[in-house]
Design a binder for this molecule. Structure first.
Ligand code: FES
Length: 273
């Protein structure tokens, strides 16, 4: 529909109603893919977290969903088996103690918010496409106010990265040897964990919040060359944050699947060196 504007030129009004738009391109494709992939990830991660088994392979591999393992039956456990005081009515899996932190880090990520607000609750479904509500509520009210916790969860994410790099070390330096001990070796599993942790590191260190923490509060960064160098580095990574977000989502899912299938004996972990 066209109406005359103040200068007399016709102006096109946005049609009202969910999904109504004058756009003619496939605007629904991107939110549709987001909805499908994130749903797949949530279902898989929840299923994997509740399994509580097949999450490690001897002393060399530990699934990233279970790392660091605080209590558990694997050789990777920090504090040994589940304590006897653990309430019997509560389900136990080492992943349930850890996974909420990286899950919330992703859930509150500025990039993902923009993507899943469109995909999951059409707020709006896409640019220039009408939504089912009349006003934009933003994140000023509950429950979405909780998204502001992202800046704090970032520190947990960095701590978890340290644990994942320790697992990468194990993947290379605790490979089984012919004499029955462990030592340096390279297998496909070592490379899978390395690739996953690298992508997770890029994702974490390209975070918008981290960029602000490193250089956002200063009026003149050039007076501090070291800080400026860190800021520029994070800014460079930040430009690719969306790619790291998706690639690391797939890699963490695949790393868990890989460890799981090797632990179950379905896949053979090919030794390269
Ligand atoms: S903004 Fe995406 S991880 Fe912080």
């Amino acid at each position: 529909m066209s109406v005359p504007s103040a200068d007399g030129a016709p102006t096109t009004l946005k049609p009202h109603g969910l999904g109504k738009t004058s756009r003619t391109d496939a605007w629904w494709l991107s939110p549709g893919i987001t909805l499908f992939v994130l749903s797949l990830f949530i279902v898989y991660a929840t299923w994997a977290a509740f399994q509580g088994k097949y999450y490690w392979v001897q002393s060399q591999y530990l699934s990233p969903f279970y790392s660091p393992e605080i209590w558990g039956n694997s050789p990777h456990s920090f504090l040994g088996p589940v304590p006897t005081w653990w309430p019997r009515f509560l389900p136990f899996s080492p992943a349930l103690l850890i996974l909420p932190f990286p899950a919330f880090f992703r859930f509150s990520c500025y990039y993902y918010r923009g993507a899943y607000y469109k995909g999951f609750w059409a707020d709006p479904p896409a640019c220039g496409v009408s939504e089912p509500r009349k006003k934009y509520n933003s994140e000023n009210g509950w429950p979405l106010k909780i998204q502001n916790i992202h800046r704090y969860v970032l520190f947990f994410a960095i701590f978890l990265l340290a644990a994942l790099w320790r697992d990468v070390y194990d993947g290379f330096f605790k490979q089984p040897m012919a004499n029955g001990g462990v030592g340096f070796g390279i297998a496909v599993g070592s490379l899978v964990l390395l690739a996953n942790t690298t992508l997770l590191s890029f994702y974490t260190f390209s975070c918008h919040t981290l960029r602000y923490l490193v250089g956002g509060r200063r009026k003149c960064l050039s007076e501090r060359p070291a800080q400026m160098a860190c800021y520029n580095c994070i800014t460079g990574l930040n430009k690719k944050h969306m790619y790291f977000a998706w690639l690391s989502l797939f890699s963490v899912m695949f790393a868990d699947l890989y460890v799981r299938l090797v632990a179950m004996g379905v896949w053979h972990d090919l030794r390269i060196l």
